[in-house]
Write a protein that binds this ligand. Structure first.
Ligand code: ZN
Ligand code: ZN
Length: 240
């Protein structure tokens, strides 16, 4: 009920005067943001490692980390770097329960998604206990908003999270991979769906890639032709 009330109140949240999605200010706008927040949003234009999108000196190359440990996915399509403004939107969406921010994120993600018009959009699932607590899966909301721009098909039920994981932020890279091992499975009947298909795995933030990689590995094992990570923001992690 609470979510339904929030959905109904979306237009009210953006009622006149229109407010910047970053700071709430009412200055002149560029898209959903005021000029100042727009400039602070570090939009990713394609330069960076071909696999993980980490900034590197020359575009079109693969970074040392990905060369040493090639990810199972085929690349990260992130709209922005995870700076203060990008983070604020994530927190408002997830913990402030403001689903309208999924639209703001999706508007900047859609151009990346549109490069793969036939791809299936599969959101990273939450464990059912987390879904029950939060009331919605932010990745699914974002995926649906992206699809409203691109016309791609969203498959919310394709992946299942079989157990709850500890927060990955406090774990080492190696422990993150261990923590998510065997956590995901493909729902019954979805094996044939992903066979030979390009998949865009939708998430809000790409951090270490452990979760995305576990999902990508599973999808590829079930015949997906390619799996790219479509996310709002990418966190740049210093090399361990
Ligand atoms: Zn602003
Ligand atoms: Zn890389």
């Amino acid at each position: 009920m609470r979510l339904i009330r929030q959905i109904i109140s979306w237009p009210l949240d953006f009622a006149l005067p229109r407010r910047c999605a970053g700071c709430g200010g009412i200055q002149p706008f560029i898209g959903d943001f005021c000029a100042s927040c727009w400039l602070q949003l570090d939009q990713i234009t394609g330069a960076g490692c071909l696999r993980c999108a980490t900034p590197i000196q020359e575009a079109g190359l693969i970074c040392a980390t990905c060369l040493a440990h090639p990810p199972d996915h085929d690349g990260v399509l992130a709209a922005v770097d995870y700076g203060p403004i990008a983070r604020r939107l994530v927190l408002r969406l997830k913990y402030g329960r403001k689903p309208q921010f999924a639209h703001v994120m999706a508007r900047l993600m859609a151009r990346h998604a549109a490069a793969y018009p036939d791809a299936l959009l599969i959101p990273v699932p939450l464990h059912w206990t987390r879904l029950w607590q939060r009331g919605f899966n932010q990745s699914l909301l974002i995926a649906r908003c992206v699809a409203s721009h691109t016309g791609q098909l969203v498959h919310p039920q394709a992946l299942v999270r079989t157990r709850r994981t500890r927060p990955l932020g406090r774990l080492s890279q190696k422990d993150r991979a261990i923590e998510v091992r065997g956590v995901f499975r493909l729902a019954n009947g979805f094996g044939s769906l992903v066979q030979g298909k390009d998949v865009l795995l939708v998430d809000d933030v790409y951090t270490s890639g452990a979760t995305a990689n576990a999902c990508a590995k599973l999808l590829k094992r079930n015949g997906a032709q390619s799996v790219r990570i479509l996310c709002w923001a990418r966190v740049v992690i210093d090399a361990p």
